[in-house]
Design a protein around this ligand. Structure first.
Ligand code: AMP
Ligand code: MG
Length: 486
């Protein structure tokens, strides 16, 4: 089996990366290959599962055509500037063009020390590997732009964090790994040529239609702003909390990346924050749109020299692009909510009706995902998640108002209900389930991990035999904190 690599990033000048082979591990063992994704990439899943394939996943074997590199970037972490980050525990093997015609990075994560590892060991404990596999694939199945997971192995080696933990390696796939922080790096070292080259590369790769714009850098900024607004709106609509929205964790392609201390909310709480390192709640659920805009302002700052020769004019252009964010976000969010509620056409009072529902969820501590799922079932005249969730009495008046509003819809209620059930998942990557898969994985048992992964691939199909994967956590199962675990 040969992979058809075409490594456009490795063709950029060598100050963009360091050539670095992955560091082999002693006894790699396969956990899982994502067969449908392998097929999309034109990689034979059977080969990936073979000894040779497992060697590639583990970083023990560099496939022909790969040009392994660790890329350089910088970034704002929790608002503080860090001038040099870079791939400290990841190696970009190269790029392949998928059956969909799209170009994809194939990256190993947990693959050993690089010149960017600083104090780190370049490795990943098994827990974060399993979490990223489950959550990134759950996000993909929800239709949210995201990096994907192609495969994961255990390394046969221990890593040392607070305790000794078995290690793992994950193969991450993304349309690119170019971050706001990548541009920030070149701007911060006054490498204007590098900045221009990178902008050209990003445009060619992700926004080819802006190449001919009068002001391509400005058009790029506007497009990234729009994609991030849509992305964060889609997070809000499924109750996803990223947890570490640093500028080095925001991709210019508009895909979700860096599944560290992320979590889906169970009970709705607009102030929810899970990350153990997010003390001030900077990255709380309700702050995500504002933080995205903050990060985009950092992006705009780096692009200033390319926006206009006149500094004042450049600043005005950047400002206008960034100020477009709140409206773009709100429009996408409102549209997403309308789909969740099965409402079409923005009628007067829709925003209040929808906000009142969220307020009720908050007040009653109701499960965010299942409440919407149940709403879809009411419209579709079905009774499925009632096994695990139903509305409290406090919803009676609101449900009356909702029925009255639904009566104004002109389409067939069954079709509308079906659409709602295709938009409101019954199954999300709940924290307590992810933790259970991780705990069992640390004991060498991946059965629950596989089961959960397969269930989350079909989040909109309720199945009573998987009711235990749909229900909210019991009080003693609620996970209060998530850890980066890097
Ligand atoms: P993250 O918090 O995952 O976004 O990572 C922030 C920075 O720390 C990046 O430059 C990573 O490459 C680096 N890093 C995280 N974990 C490790 C590790 N175990 N070894 C080396 N570098 C790491
Ligand atoms: Mg990161």
């Amino acid at each position: 089996m040969t992979l058809q690599f075409d490594n456009s990033y490795a063709r950029l000048p060598d100050r963009f990366y360091v050539r670095q082979a992955p560091v082999p591990v002693s006894r790699p063992a396969l956990i899982r290959v994502n067969r449908p994704l392998a097929e999309l990439l034109g990689i034979d899943p059977g080969w990936l599962e073979s000894d040779e394939g497992v060697g590639v996943i583990a970083g023990n074997r560099v496939p022909d055509g790969a040009e392994p590199i660790a890329t350089v970037y910088a970034g704002h972490q929790f608002g503080s500037w860090n001038p040099r980050l870079g791939d400290g525990r990841a190696i970009l093997l190269g790029e392949v063009v998928g059956g969909d015609g799209e170009r994809y990075d194939i990256q190993l994560k947990g693959s050993g020390i690089t010149p960017f590892s600083r104090m780190g060991d370049g490795r990943a404990p098994l827990g974060p590997v399993l979490r990223e596999y489950l959550v990134s694939e759950a996000m993909a199945a929800l239709g949210i732009p995201t990096s994907r997971t192609l495969a994961a192995v255990t390394s046969g080696e221990d890593v040392y964090r607070e305790t000794r933990l078995p290690g793992g390696v994950l193969v991450r796939v993304a349309k690119s790994h170019i971050r706001i922080g990548t541009l920030q790096y070149f701007a911060s070292v006054d490498d204007l040529d590098g900045l221009e080259l990178l902008v050209e590369h990003v445009i060619a790769r992700h926004y080819p239609d802006v190449a001919d714009a009068d002001n391509p850098a400005l058009a790029l900024l506007e497009r990234v702003v729009a994609r991030q607004a849509a992305l964060v709106a889609s997070w809000q609509c499924v109750g996803f909390i990223h947890g570490v929205m640093n500028t080095d964790n925001m991709l210019l392609s508009g895909e979700t990346i860096d599944y560290g201390p992320c979590a889906f909310m169970d009970a709705y709480d607009s102030a929810a924050v899970y990350s153990s390192i997010d003390h001030g709640g900077r990255y709380a659920y309700r702050n995500q749109p504002g933080i995205a805009q903050w990060n985009l302002a950092c992006l705009a700052q780096t692009l200033l020299p390319l926006l206009d020769e006149d500094e004042k004019r450049a600043t005005e252009l950047a400002q206008a692009a960034i100020e477009a964010f709140p409206d773009l976000f709100y429009a996408a969010y409102f549209e997403g909510l309308q789909r969740k509620f099965g409402l079409t056409g923005a009628h007067d009072g829709d925003d209040t009706l929808m906000q009142d529902f969220l307020d009720l969820l908050q007040r009653t501590g109701s499960d965010f995902s299942l409440a919407f799922r149940r709403l879809g079932e009411l419209v579709a005249d079905r009774q499925e998640v009632t096994e695990v969730f139903d509305f409290a009495d406090a919803f009676a008046d609101w449900l009356e108002r909702y029925r009255a509003r639904c009566a104004q819809e002109t389409d067939d209620a069954a079709a509308r209900g079906a659409r709602m059930l295709a938009t409101n998942p019954a199954f999300i990557a709940r924290n307590h389930l992810v933790e259970k898969a991780i705990a069992q994985g640390y004991d060498g048992d991946f059965e629950f991990f596989h089961r959960l992964n397969e269930r989350l691939a079909k989040p909109f199909e309720f199945d009573l035999s998987d009711a235990d994967l749909a229900r909210p956590p019991a009080p003693d199962e609620v996970v209060q904190q998530t850890f980066c675990g890097t």
